[in-house]
Design a protein around this ligand. Structure first.
Ligand code: SF4
Length: 375
């Protein structure tokens, strides 16, 4: 039976907290309509391509203690590693030679001068190996604006800094309430990135203990109002060695997490038509075929893991992460088949920048408007 309310929201596209809660609470039939609308919008504004970013998990050292994270500094049962420059170089060459088009350097949060210069060196290396053809994303946490600027000057294009929860109270249930984990600092870091001209991305965890559907609606409004270019969000997956684990029973069940995550992706696609949205590994961890589902719900980016195989098991933000024991080439084959199964094609050799970023730059009449096309 037709639910006029959901139809009305989808046709009028006036998104308030109340209307978003209605979408997030939609029943199975109405959810199918939300997914269909998201697919239509994705086809129109993004097209049929899925773009790849080879993920390099540079180090699992981190100075912070987020309560949900399996590599937080307080988690003892972790073999800490830092990839050597030859290992990073090998991964960059793999990404370049296999025409992935994009690269993501991810790490725990470190702010030492040694680390800041190491990232600069990696950026120079990636640009020199690829002849400046790779789109380079950093995901190395909160840094001072000067550091973000140094990395931008060294050749980074995009930055992903997840807010994790836009509700301040919920944020402090996930993080210690201290200077190192300050909510306002996180928001201000996001603004610094945008001001510096990065393609700026954020995201949240879905299905957290203490989280309400209203919180998720607010997360969607936060991303819209911040005017993000990219989003990486996925289900919360508990890690038994972390402080949040004792509250895991308060989270929604696995099926609800999957459904909520897919709905968040679809609704965000409807709200922010031309941004890049990642089908995250966490989706795959939660359910077999999770990334395919995410692509079908409106996501358009995949991040195959290209970290050398022997280190992957140590970058466990959560348990049961897929691809831990596969070498990069196996993952590439698997990813290609996955994309084919969704009826999409792979945007090999293309940076896959978000059309939204170009539109945002144009509307700001920015001098830093990139001269490249989406390739
Ligand atoms: S979530 Fe990021 S910043 Fe927080 S402890 Fe884990 S790696 Fe460190």
């Amino acid at each position: 039976m037709m639910n006029n309310r959901i139809d009305k929201i989808l046709s009028e596209r006036v998104f308030t907290k109340e209307s978003l809660v209605e979408l997030l609470n939609a029943n199975t039939d109405d959810t199918a309509k939300i997914f269909a609308e998201a697919r239509k919008i994705k086809k129109e504004y993004i097209g049929n391509k899925v773009h790849l970013r080879g993920l390099i998990e540079l180090t699992n050292y981190c100075t912070k203690n987020c309560y949900y994270c399996g590599i937080a500094s307080g988690v003892k049962n972790v073999n800490r590693y830092m990839l050597s420059m030859p290992e990073v170089e090998q991964a960059i060459r793999f990404i370049h030679e296999n025409h992935y088009g994009g690269i993501v350097i991810q790490s725990g949060e470190l702010q030492s001068e040694k680390f800041v210069s190491l990232i600069e060196e990696i950026l120079h290396k990636a640009n020199s190996i690829s002849g400046n053809t790779l789109g380079i994303t950093l995901s190395c946490g909160e840094q001072i604006p000067e550091t973000y600027k140094r990395w931008k000057d060294a050749g980074a294009h995009r930055y992903l800094l997840r807010i994790e929860a836009s509700n301040r109270d919920l944020y402090y249930k996930l993080h210690p309430r201290n200077k190192k984990h300050d909510f306002e600092t996180r928001v201000s870091a996001l603004y610094s990135l945008k001001e510096l001209g990065y393609q700026t991305g954020t995201g949240v965890m879905i299905g957290l203990p203490f989280q309400t559907v209203e919180d998720l609606a607010s997360d969607l409004l936060f991303m819209r109002d911040f005017d993000i270019d990219m989003c990486g969000m996925g289900p919360y997956i508990e890690h038994e060695d972390t402080p949040l684990y004792k509250f895991a029973h308060l989270a929604v069940n696995k099926t609800q997490k999957v459904q909520l995550s897919l709905k968040m992706i679809a609704i965000l696609r409807i709200m922010m038509k031309d941004i890049n949205i990642a089908a995250t590994t966490a989706m795959q961890t939660l359910i077999n075929g999770g990334r395919e589902m995410a692509l079908k719900a409106g996501a358009n980016i995949l991040m195959p893991n290209t970290t050398p195989g022997i280190f992957r098991e140590h970058y466990s933000l959560y348990k049961n992460k897929p691809g831990l024991y596969e070498e990069a080439a196996d993952s590439k084959d698997m990813i290609e088949k996955l994309i084919q199964r969704t009826g999409s094609i792979t945007g090999y050799g293309e940076k896959g920048n978000a059309p939204h970023y170009y539109r945002r730059c144009r509307s700001l009449n920015s001098q830093s408007l990139p001269t490249t096309n989406r390739s």
